[in-house]
Structures are given as C-alpha cells and as structure tokens.
Design a protein around this ligand. Structure first.
Ligand SMILES: Cc1ncc(COP(=O)(O)O)c(C=O)c1O
Length: 439
C-alpha cells in the first residue's frame, strides 16, 4: 500500500480491518458512513463525504412554522390516522395533478415514514398477490436499500442493468423477464439513483404497456422529483410535467419522497400514491396473509399498520404546508435544490481532470444531466480497489456493485454534502491519487 496518502495510512488500514466486512465494495451506505466517521474521529481530518444522499440544504421556513404550530396545538399526544392527515392527503392529490398532470383522489394518497417505508409496505403486498409469482423486478442500477428490504423480508427479486437496453430495446428485455421470471411488480427510480439517467416518454410507455398486458404492478420511485434539471417541472399546472408511467397504465403506484426535493429527510415523512385500479384490485392469494384480498386494504390496514401505526403528526403538517405553497405557486422547490446540479458540474470536472472516467456516461446518446449523483471509475482498478484507495485519500463513496449495476469497476458519488470550501481539498486529494497511481 502506498504510504504517502492524505489520510494516515496506518490508521485507515487498522480501521478497515476492524470493520465487519472484508470487502469495502460490498459495504452498505450506512457502513461506509460509519467507516468514514471512525477515520475522521481518529485522524481529525474531514472526509469528502460522497457516500450518502443526505440533503445539504436547510428545510424551508414554511415547514418549520407549520410543524411548530401543529406541535403547539397539542397533536403530539394523539395518534395520527394510519392513512395520513387529511390536509396532507389533499395536498398530495393536488401535487400529483399540478406537477404530473395525473388525476387521483386524495383517498388514494398516503403519508409514510419516508419512501423507505412505502416500498417495504408495497413489497409486503406486491410479492404476495400471486403465489406463483416471484416478486419484484428492479430496473437497475438502483437504491441498494430496497434490495436489502427484499432480502430482510425473505423474498426473491430479479434485476437487470438497463444501460444496454435503453429506448426501444427495453421492450423485448422487459417482456422476456416478466414472463420468464414470473414478475409481479417492477421498480425503478426516475431520475435514476445512481446513474442520473432519466427515462423518456417512449420508455415509460413501454413499461406501462407491458404492465397492463401482464398485470404487473409498477412501483415508480420518484425520490428525486423534478430534479432532472434539464427541464423545469416546477410550475404548477403547466407543462412540462414530471414524466410518469401513470400516463400509460392504470397499474401504477408511486413513491414520492420529500427527502431530496424538499430537503425534509430528517423528519421521515414521504408520500405513497396508489392508482384506484390497483387499490381496488382483488388477489385471492393475499388472503393467505391478510384479512382481505383487496390490494389497497391489505397495503394500508395490514402492511403499513404493522410497520409503524402511522407517521408522526407534526412532519405531516410541515409537508402539507410545503406542498400547499408549491401547489399555490408560492414556493418553488426547484430553486432551492438546483444548486446540486451546479455542484455536480464542478465536482465531476475535478474527477475527470485527474484521470477518472464516468461509468454511465450518457443518457440515450445525450449528455447526462447534472444532479445529485454521478458514477466514476479509474482505469485499471476494480470498484472495491478504487473505493479502498479513495478512502486512503479522504474521499468516501459506495461501490456500484451494491446497486445492481453490471459495471463493477465503478462507484457512485453523491454531491449533496460537499461545500464550496471543499473543492480545493478535493482537487488536492485527487491530484495526489493520480500521482500515486499513475503507472
Ligand atoms: C431512489 C431512492 N428511493 C428511495 C429513497 C428513500 O427515501 P426516503 O428518505 O423518502 O425514505 C432514496 C433515498 O436516498 C432513494 O435514493
């Protein structure tokens, strides 16, 4: 191992040895967080933290005021309704209409403890609706925690890396897998974590048509709602709208996170929206586990109920106020988060300057948008080796192999926590990296 590294190499080596994993390339996001923190504590040197998508922006005062008001009104002593509080449900329904052009009654809009809870609740129902089906197909790369959820639940999943199957090629691949692997639901994020590609209307139409044809439930994960900054999706009631599969099938469910678009990650309040068709569909096999064969009832009154018996009251009021302001055209959520795009442009440039390459380097032949994440590799290094070497240079990330990517040579890098004052430190460290590894 090279000794002359920005972070004391003896300490890094020891802390790495003390971790419960042998291969840093297989470590989860939270495990890398723990690793970076330990090294920071022991060396007193701050890392360039690129492993976790923690919003680096303060939440709007609108949410703060609304939460305080709700708290003072005494809601903390009461259980919140399992479906979510009415003002929030109402604003979610308006939000879906205003920013996606999709009509949905507030009856089918729900509060969840982040999208993370919504996905686990949906898996608990979607993977059990047909005893002959296997479960979820991930259009990958994706968010590793969702696969961990499937594993923890003891289900099986299928996956493929979509990069080679963009555009028209998606249809044949998707249909082959749906039939061969007996898929009951499909999940993807759009824009995509970690590659930051965005599906086109044509691709969403293919997914929608196949979902209808084969009676598959689509779980559309909009964790980065409106954050493909190449377009402005933030004007209520006006095109362009955040693209969605709901235009092309009635078999849709949506996860709309407040964590990134509204910088509300810490309050753990997210939105789950289910089409009326899926909510009211009946699957006799559900009765093996739930009190009813109805998808929606099983989802809310059995699965969601057992997970946390509702979402804390005050964050629901905070989110309702944010959505109301966005719906009324008084709060532009895009303006608050567009800074991630600007940061990504600069940080990407620094990586490329010192010999790194983009792994997923185009979006259907077009340049990638700049946003929350991008993917990097370094010539001649595998993903685990690259990550370990970067840690000695004070930069943390996660390996793409944990995301369902077939490109194991790469890492996912997140720009959300990097401050402007760190650009020069990043530059110094990557320069050193290049010196250390130039052959
Ligand atoms: C693609 C994707 N889905 C879901 C989530 C979970 O979001 P939440 O904080 O709403 O639980 C994340 C968080 O990073 C994500 O990147």
């Amino acid at each position: 191992m090279i000794k002359d590294t920005p972070i004391n190499s003896d300490i890094v080596k020891r802390v790495l040895k003390e971790m419960p994993f042998n291969d840093v390339g297989k470590a989860s996001i939270r495990e890398i967080v723990r690793l970076a923190r330990r090294i920071e504590e022991e060396t007193g040197k701050k890392f360039i933290r690129m492993e976790m998508g923690v919003p680096g922006i303060d939440v709007s005062n609108i949410a703060y005021e609304a939460e305080m008001k709700a708290f003072k009104s005494g809601v903390a002593s009461k259980y919140a309704p399992i479906t979510g509080i009415e003002p929030l449900k109402h604003e979610i329904s308006r939000f879906v209409k205003n920013f996606m052009d999709i009509e949905i009654s507030s009856e089918y809009c729900f509060a969840t403890v982040g999208s993370a809870q919504a996905s686990i609740a949906l898996f608990l129902v979607a993977c059990r609706m047909d005893k002959n089906s296997r479960g979820v197909l991930f259009i990958d790369p994706g968010f590793p925690v969702q696969k961990l959820q499937i594993q923890v639940l003891g289900y099986e999943y299928d996956t493929f890396d979509v990069f080679e199957y963009r555009g028209k090629k998606l249809r044949a691949k998707l249909e082959e897998l749906i039939i061969k692997r007996k898929i009951s639901s499909i999940l993807y994020s759009n824009p995509n974590n970690p590659t930051w590609i965005s599906f086109t209307e044509e691709e969403l139409q293919i997914i929608g048509e196949l979902a209808t044809k084969h009676n598959v439930v689509v779980i559309e994960d909009l964790a980065y709602f409106g954050m493909d900054f190449r377009k402005d999706y933030s004007v209520p009631g006006k095109a362009p709208y955040q693209p969605t599969v709901a235009k092309y099938t009635d078999n849709w469910t949506m996860l709309i996170s407040s964590s990134k678009s509204f910088s509300y990650a810490g309050q753990r309040v997210g939105m789950m929206v289910v089409s009326d068709k899926i909510y009211n569909s009946r699957y006799p096999d559900l009765k093996r586990f739930y009190t009813t064969d109805q998808f929606g009832h099983s989802l809310i009154y059995n699965a969601l109920y057992t997970l946390s018996a509702g979402v804390s009251h005050t964050p629901q009021y905070g989110l309702a106020a944010l959505l109301k302001a966005a719906n009324d055209g008084k709060y532009n959520f895009r303006n608050d988060v567009i800074i991630y795009g600007e940061r990504a442009k600069i940080v990407k440039k620094i990586f490329l300057k010192y010999g790194f390459k983009l792994v997923y380097d185009n979006d259907l032949g077009e340049p990638l948008a700049d946003g929350f994440y991008f993917t990097i590799s370094y010539p001649g290094m595998g993903g685990s080796e690259l990550l370990e070497n970067l840690i000695y240079h004070g930069v943390s990330a996660i390996a793409l192999q944990t995301t369902g990517s077939e490109r194991h040579e790469g890492l996912r890098a997140c720009v959300s926590q990097i401050g402007e004052e760190q650009y020069s430190v990043l530059e110094e460290r990557l320069k050193k990296f290049q010196e250390n590894f130039s052959s």
